[in-house]
Design a protein around this ligand. Structure first.
Ligand code: NAI
Length: 909
């Protein structure tokens, strides 16, 4: 069986909304309104037929061994070179073997199908085994023309062979005639088009049916033997009319993709064919027709193998990976329809030395680097010495292809000075996941899309064009992996309103920008005072940040109130409500410093710092909290400091204020819980005017506030899980800080412990081994009331030998472990409900200093304890503290929970 063995497609990510063409030029050419539905695909400025063909061919070869290809055909009417084999550039970009045949098929819209028939017949003849046919077109038109509306840019690729056939080739029929509906002279840029009506009636309307009927006669089939009919025709009405005339029902006709992409020239027959294959079931029969100076009709039957194909972008994936623009001027610039001044730098010579190009062909066109045989380190470019300093081997590198290696952005910049058709030029370091890195241009993204860590793919693009000599220089660039930008920005704040205090500089500014970029509306509060809080204040820092947010397309209002006053706090919240209607997020960030060692600390400095940090958070959060409670949603972030959490010489005022904020958080987390208000605390470390003279300069470089912002942004998000937690954040490192409670020791029961006992047991009291964070003051009280059992010196009989699940024996023995001296005034009934094979019901009645254990259920238990038999036995052996059993869910307590605390006092467990 011979036929199609794989398919792939590439539609540029950019789409131009057709209404933008009408908006821009409708005054001049109102008739184009008739075909202004949807959007057309649009090459980026650095794409052409070759780059798109490479992308489609790479997509097609997913899961295939490219080493088995023995021919590559490229079909296009917009090849950049009239005399330099274009298919050869595609083969070089894909680093294909030299031992293949390459050919350009050009000068008619049907050439892709011509190349396909040629390839299939070559396989049929047995001369070749595996051939790749790529079709690609980027046709130019003048502005405000019907064809600007109809056309799209794109590429599609098929492989043919006699193994793993996904669509069996059953025959073809061709018509060749010099029907000139349009033409493009060798030295002309644009098509000259004859009257549409004539093209429709005598071109599409006569030639396509002639080819189809010719094929039907040749193969002895009819339209009943066709499940899908594929033929490009951008006249939507005639597309349907011809199908009907051929006897095809509307469901059989494959859509011409006008609304989603436009007609992609020589590639379009393949594009529609691939769309049909993507939706096909084994057994479907597809009729494919290519039109242009005649027509080719081909007939295929889909096989079971189509279900085993590896995942790829294809037509569906390409259509989904899109960025629609209504910037028609950008389109005009990209298509060279608008003359702009590019500046003196653009006049620098761009001549390519073909000697160098040949010498470095694999490296430049194929993105082939090296991998060290000795240590396995990949590197680009390949060099004499291994780049790994621990290896440094000489001439140890084998060819290593980077084109398909997954990578991430390591660093990047946006350069407004570099010449670019689409400024700023974005470039930076790309780190390959499996090793190796290179400096690369980034394309198909905006500066705000690029982030350190963004997954990227390498893509073959135009590097520069030497118009004087008619040469296009190609190289590889980094493109965000499909869906990666969206995945990196999935935490969104659309419709949310955030108040950020002290946001005119330092950390607050960066939080404001990040939240605004992700859709939040921001109140940028900043008093604009000096570092120690002195001075009259200034509106400029807050205003400046508002301008920055607006320049990014975000929404923000400034506020210049002082957080240190009650009125200031209320006014900040009022600003949010008046500008945006509500408050969802408060970041208490405003801060000053007045450092002095404790004996030199004046009450003025003490108070000023407490006022801004601690009282400031109270002043702003309280009015905001009321709104959050009413709406049932809120996120609050307090800002503490290492000085507060751990202490810092000379910062007694600051430390006290900063840990005071943690106390405030601890209570707000409880009061807000019912209303979905989460309150957390950040302990940042970042370069700002507060730290510029405290931290060493080389450290400041690595301490950008941007490294803190992700944690704060998370704590402000609806995705935020914790409430009442503290996080250190700085230099990209994040960890949790917590007040921990150690297990401690119970030194005495009824009698008073002595100082000596404390001294003797201090190490155990002081130990944090097995420490835990407690949720609130009640949990702390519970913890205090249920100290761990004193270490057991004697083992219980059950633990020694008898069955650990002899629950009856435990209850039989229980009365003898009762401690009457601890039961003074105690009147309680415990009900034990033990599940499991050894389980059952027992009650313990404690009254008047006596204990009665009975099997069965008590009528009025005060406290019921439910447990599995094994866990109960473990607990009663003293190996599982009751508190731990309770917190881990092994022990369920019903009724008067507090009474359960008595158990460990009343019985010798
Ligand atoms: P920064 O000085 O760059 O920013 C603080 C901002 O708060 C300033 O723009 C200031 O004008 C504003 N501000 C001061 N008093 C105000 C008031 N009464 N009302 C309104 N705005 C007022 O300092 P940075 O480093 O960005 O500090 C932000 C927060 O982070 C502060 O609470 C600080 O204590 C805390 N922090 C910072 C650390 C760091 O390493 N930068 C370390 C630990 C905590």
């Amino acid at each position: 069986m011979i036929g199609i063995t794989s398919f792939g497609a590439y539609i540029p990510r950019l789409r131009l909304s057709r209404s933008s063409i009408v908006q821009g030029m409708g005054w001049f050419a109102p008739a184009i309104m008739a075909v202004a539905q949807g959007e057309r695909s649009m090459c980026n400025w650095d794409e052409d037929s070759i780059t798109m063909a490479v992308a489609a061919a790479r997509d097609c070869l997913i899961g295939k061994d490219k080493a088995t290809l023995d021919a590559l055909y490229l079909a296009s009417t917009t090849l950049p070179f009239a005399d330099r084999q274009n298919a050869g550039i595609v083969a070089a970009a894909m680093n294909l073997s030299e031992n293949i045949i390459t050919a350009d098929f050009t000068a008619a819209q049907k050439v892709a199908t011509t190349a396909l028939i040629t390839a299939l017949e070559s396989i049929q003849s047995g001369n070749r085994k595996h051939i790749l046919v790529a079709a690609s077109d980027k046709r130019e038109t003048k502005a405000a023309y019907f064809y600007e509306m109809w056309f799209g840019d794109g590429a599609a690729s098929l492989t043919v062979g006699d193994e793993d056939v996904i669509a069996e080739y059953l025959g073809s029929y061709s018509i060749s005639c010099d029907f000139v509906d349009h033409y493009r002279g060798s030295f002309n840029q644009y098509d000259y088009v004859w009257e549409e009506r004539w093209t429709r009636d005598f071109g599409y309307g006569e030639i396509i049916p002639k080819a189809v009927n010719g094929l039907f006669d040749k193969l002895g089939i009819t339209m009943d033997d066709v499940d899908k009919l594929v033929f490009p025709c951008f006249f939507k009405g005639d597309h349907k009319k011809i199908a009907k005339q051929l006897g095809a029902t509307p469901e059989k006709l494959v859509d011409n993709m006008h609304e989603v992409c436009g007609e992609t020239g020589a590639a379009h027959a393949f594009m529609m064919f691939i769309a049909a294959l993507e939706a096909a079931q084994p057994g479907d029969r597809i009729l494919l027709v290519g039109f242009g100076q005649g027509a080719n009709a081909l007939y295929f039957k889909v096989t079971d193998a189509i279900q085993q194909m590896a995942a790829r972008s294809g037509v569906a994936g390409s259509l989904a990976n899109k960025k629609t623009t209504d910037n028609y001027l950008k389109w005009l610039k990209f298509r060279d329809l608008l003359k702009t001044e590019m500046g003196i730098r653009a006049e620098a010579p761009t001549q390519t030395a073909t000697t160098v190009l040949w010498r470095k062909n694999k490296m430049l066109l194929g993105l082939v680097g090296g991998k060290c045989r000795e240590c396995g380190t990949p590197q680009y470019p390949k060099m004499d010495y291994c780049v790994n300093p621990a290896c440094g081997a000489l001439h140890s590198q084998d060819d290593y292809e980077f084109a398909d290696a997954p990578a991430k952005v390591k660093s990047f910049t946006g350069d407004m000075l570099a010449i670019s058709v689409d400024p700023p030029a974005i470039y930076g370091m790309v780190q390959f996941d499996d090793g190796g890195r290179m400096m690369a241009d980034f394309t198909d993204c905006a500066l705000e899309d690029v982030k350190v860590g963004l997954p990227v793919q390498m893509a073959f693009k135009k590097k520069a064009e030497d118009r004087e000599r008619g040469f296009v220089n190609y190289f590889w660039k980094a493109v965000p992996a499909p869906g990666a930008i969206e995945a990196m920005n999935k935490v969104r704040f659309d419709g949310r309103v955030a108040i950020i205090t002290g946001a005119g500089a330092g950390l607050g500014r960066v939080y404001a920008l990040e939240l605004a970029k992700r859709g939040a509306k921001i109140v940028v509060n900043d008093l604009g005072g000096a570092r120690d809080g002195s001075g009259q204040g200034s509106s400029s820092p807050a205003e400046q940040v508002v301008k920055e947010i607006q320049a990014l397309g975000g929404e923000a209002v400034p506020n210049f109130d002082n957080v240190a006053t009650v009125e200031g706090g209320e006014n900040i919240v009022k600003t949010a409500v008046e500008a945006f209607g509500t408050v969802d997020i408060v970041i208490n960030n405003a801060g000053i410093l007045r450092d002095k060692s404790f004996t030199k600390m004046t009450s003025e400095n003490w108070r000023a710092v407490i006022d801004v940090h601690l009282n400031g958070a109270y002043n702003v959060t309280r009015p905001a909290f009321k709104i959050m409670k009413e709406k049932g949603y809120g996120r609050i972030v307090m800002t503490t400091s290492a000085a507060g959490v751990y202490g810092n010489f000379g910062q007694s005022n600051y430390s006290a204020a900063k840990l005071g904020l943690v106390g405030l958080m601890n209570t707000l987390k409880l009061e807000g819980k019912k209303y979905n208000i989460k309150c957390n605390t950040i302990a940042p470390i970042a370069a700002s005017r507060l730290t510029e003279d405290i931290l060493p300069p080389d450290l400041l470089e690595k301490m950008k506030p941007e490294f803190v912002a992700p944690m704060v942004t998370y704590l402000c998000s609806k995705e935020c899980q914790p409430s009442g937690e503290i996080f250190n954040a700085g230099m990209g490192y994040y960890n949790r800080v917590a007040v921990m409670t150690g297990p401690g020791v119970q030194l005495a029961d009824a009698e008073l412990p002595t100082v000596e006992m404390v001294a003797d047991n201090f190490d155990a009291i002081n130990s944090l081994a097995g420490a835990k964070a407690l949720g609130d003051a009640n949990a702390a009280l519970m913890d205090l009331m249920t100290p761990p059992a004193p270490p057991q010196t004697e083992k219980t009989p059950a633990a020694e030998g008898g069955s650990s699940l002899d629950i009856q024996a435990i209850f039989d023995n229980m009365a003898s472990t009762f401690k009457p001296e601890a039961a003074a005034g105690v009147d309680v009934v415990f009900q034990f409900t033990i599940s499991g094979s050894a389980g059952g019901d027992w009650s313990a009645v404690i009254k008047d200093g006596a204990c009665t254990i009975e099997a069965g259920r008590h009528a009025k238990p005060v406290c019921t304890l439910k447990m599995a038999d094994g866990d109960f036995a473990t607990m009663m052996r003293g190996e599982l503290p009751a508190m731990q059993a309770f917190t881990s869910g092994k022990l369920v307590i019903e009724g008067d929970i507090m009474k359960s605390q008595l158990l460990e006092r009343l019985f010798q467990i």
